[in-house]
Design a protein around this ligand. Structure first.
Ligand code: PLP
Length: 399
């Protein structure tokens, strides 16, 4: 049977305690036991269905984690208070002092800063590579390399990582492949392509409401068990847990994710073609001329399209600012960071979400100071949106 992430979520049949069609929210930090031994066993992770303390597990968080695992096709998941909480927890579980990581050079600025500036404080070092250059990935491997890290569709360049090829390299060298799939939920299922651990910022498309930050880690039972081990688990001991109220609302929003992804992709493809016609330099993996197009086609589930992210290059930061301010006035969407919202959001990556990346590295990865990244919204009339963009481009001298 075909792997359909949306049907897998729909088939979960998660009920509340009175047959509620939405699971009840567990509004408790602690849980009582009738027998002391059951509590002791639960402490050591040995009692199925029992909960101990909400930093460890909470039933509401478990429902959301199970939905994430169903979508990803992994054995298990765990949900965190932010995407960065998921990413940092996964790294700190996998790596010890003295270890080495290979990372895509183009990744979210916060992840870049964590790898570049924070981990070396604990003697964990990182080599940044062009992740589409598999020879460069192979050449960067050292005896102490523990993780290869990338984003399926990288932020902000929208490069496409060849996950099966990276998984092969990882397996041959006993390395874990960790993939951030924040930009491409449902469209691409990294764990089915060989990724060992998949991390998410749920803040973006998965929740889609821009009302909270949250994250998730998906992987094997064994790995999730390690994360929440009371003696050595990074999640248990650093405590980046998601609040159960939020888990509950994110779970409900996940039920429309498949529809939203289709509409984001449809609108992005429409705008991408219009930008091409208007002669604007554009990065969109849905365009056959894009370098990652064929790789993405091999990996994606076509029913969800090529995704809702596009980036255009206006040459200079000044020109980018002019266009963004005009588009805000014309109500194309909002000049704001983040993504996956019903409104189109746009920002100049080099000056915002990638500003942690030093300018020389930005140049090396091909990030122009005039790049404007769009998270295309759910607009019902995308033609009308294009008219506003076209007007903004004309009136600011971009075309
Ligand atoms: N991963 C990617 C690809 C992102 O774009 C972001 C934030 O923009 C994050 C992770 C971090 O997520 P959060 O802001 O939820 O911590």
């Amino acid at each position: 049977m075909k792997f359909d992430p949306a049907s897998r979520i729909q088939d979960l049949r998660q009920f509340g305690e009175y047959g509620d069609v939405n699971p009840s929210i567990t509004d408790s930090a602690t849980y009582t036991f009738m027998q002391a031994k059951t509590m002791a066993d639960t402490f050591h992770g040995e009692t199925e269905g029992c909960f101990l303390y909400s930093r460890h597990w909470n039933p509401s968080n478990k429902y959301l984690a199970d939905a994430m695992a169903a979508m990803e096709g992994t054995e298990a998941g765990w949900v965190t208070g932010s995407g960065m909480g998921a990413i940092t927890t996964a790294f700190l579980q996998l790596c010890n002092s003295g270890d080495h990581i290979i990372s895509s050079m183009t990744i979210y600025g916060g992840s870049f800063a964590f790898l570049q500036n924070w981990l070396p404080r604990f003697n964990i070092n990182v080599t940044f590579v062009n992740i589409t250059d598999l020879d460069a990935v192979r050449a960067a491997i050292r005896p102490n390399t523990k993780v290869i890290y990338t984003e399926t569709m990288t932020n902000p360049m929208l490069q496409i990582s060849d996950i099966p090829a990276l998984a092969k390299i990882s397996n041959e060298n006993n390395i874990k492949l960790v993939v951030d799939n924040t930009f491409t939920p449902m469209m691409v299922t990294p764990s089915r392509l060989g990724a060992h651990i998949v991390v998410y910022s749920l803040t973006k498309f998965v929740n889609g409401k821009n009302d909270c930050v949250a994250g998730a880690i998906c992987g094997t039972h064994d790995f999730i068990g390690q994360l929440i081990d009371v003696n050595s688990g990074t999640a248990m001991l650093l405590g980046p847990v998601l609040d159960p109220m939020r888990s509950s609302s994110i779970l409900k929003n996940m039920h429309t994710l498949h529809l939203r992804m289709k509409q984001h992709s449809f609108n992005a493809m429409y705008l991408a073609n219009k930008f091409v016609e208007a002669g604007v330099t554009i990065h969109y993996p849905g365009l056959p001329t894009n370098k990652g197009h064929e790789t993405l086609k091999r990996m994606m589930d076509p029913q969800f399209g090529f995704g809702g992210m596009i980036a255009i290059d206006l040459g200079t930061a000044e020109q980018a600012s002019k266009l963004m301010e005009k588009m805000e006035i014309e109500d194309v969407g909002y000049l704001a960071v983040s993504l996956g919202y019903f409104k189109t959001l746009f920002s100049n990556s080099g000056k915002s979400t990638s500003s942690e990346v030093p300018e020389e590295v930005q140049r090396e990865m091909g990030l122009s100071e005039g790049m404007v990244r769009f998270s295309v919204g759910l607009d019902n009339d995308i033609e009308r949106t294009w008219e506003k963009i076209h007007k903004s481009l004309r009136e600011t001298g971009c075309i």
